[in-house]
Design a binder for this molecule. Structure first.
Ligand code: HEC
Length: 160
C-alpha cells in the first residue's frame, strides 16, 4: 500500500511540475526532473514493498575467503543435499519436495549469479521465513563451501 502511495505521489509531483514550466527551454529540465522523481518513486516503492530480498550493502561486499577448489565444492554439495535440496531442488531450480508440500516457491539458486557471494552468504546466514537461517547450524567455512557449490549450479564455473 505504502508503495502505491509513494509512486502516486511522485507521479503527481512530476505532472504538476511539468505543467507549471511552460517555456520550451525549461521544459527539457522539467521533464528531466519529472523523470527523476518518477524513477526515485518507483525505486523507493520496490524497496518498501519488500518483494525483493536484499542483503545490506556491507554484507554484499564481503569476499569469499574459501577458494572454489574441488574439495570445497564437493563439501558444499554434501551440505546442499542434506540441508537445502528439499526446498531448493536437486539442481537449485526451486523444485524440492518440501517446496511443493509447503506451497512455497524457493528462489532458483541456479539463477542467482547476479548476486555477489557476500549477499548469498548473508542470506544463508540469516534466513527468511520459511527458509531457516544457518548461521548457528553451519560453520562459516561450510557456508562458503555451499556458495562455491551453488556457483556451479546452472552449468556455470565456480569462483567467478
Ligand atoms: C524450508 C525450505 C528452505 C530450505 C531448507 C532452504 N531454503 Fe533457501 N530459500 C527458501 C525460500 C522460500 C526462499 C525465498 C525467500 C524470499 O525471497 O522471500 C529462499 C531463498 C534463498 C536464497 C536467496 C536467493 C535469492 O535469489 O535471493 C539463498 C541464497 C538460499 N535460499 C540458499 C539456501 C541454502 C544454501 C540452503 C541450505 C543450507 C537453503 N537455502 C535452505 C526456502 C528454503
Amino acid at each position: 500500500m505504502k508503495a502505491i502511495i509513494t509512486s502516486c505521489a511522485s507521479l503527481f509531483v512530476a505532472s504538476t511540475l511539468s505543467r507549471k514550466v511552460e517555456s520550451s527551454t525549461k521544459q527539457g529540465t522539467a521533464i528531466l526532473i519529472a523523470l527523476g522523481l518518477l524513477f526515485g518513486g518507483v525505486t523507493a516503492a520496490s524497496s518498501i514493498s519488500g518483494k525483493k530480498w536484499q542483503a545490506p550493502a556491507t554484507e554484499a561486499a564481503k569476499k569469499n575467503p574459501v577458494a572454489a577448489s574441488q574439495t570445497s565444492t564437493a563439501e558444499g554439495q554434501k551440505l546442499y543435499t542434506k540441508h537445502c535440496a528439499s526446498c531448493h531442488g536437486p539442481s537449485g531450480d526451486g523444485d524440492g519436495s518440501a517446496a511443493a508440500e509447503l506451497g512455497i516457491h524457493p528462489a532458483r539458486l541456479s539463477e542467482s549469479r547476479s548476486q555477489s557471494e557476500g549477499a548469498l552468504f548473508w542470506k544463508i546466514t540469516t534466513g527468511k521465513k520459511p527458509m531457516p537461517g544457518f548461521g548457528t547450524k553451519l560453520s562459516e567455512t561450510d557456508r562458503w563451501n555451499l556458495i562455491n557449490y551453488i556457483r556451479t549450479l546452472g552449468g556455470k564455473q565456480a569462483g567467478q
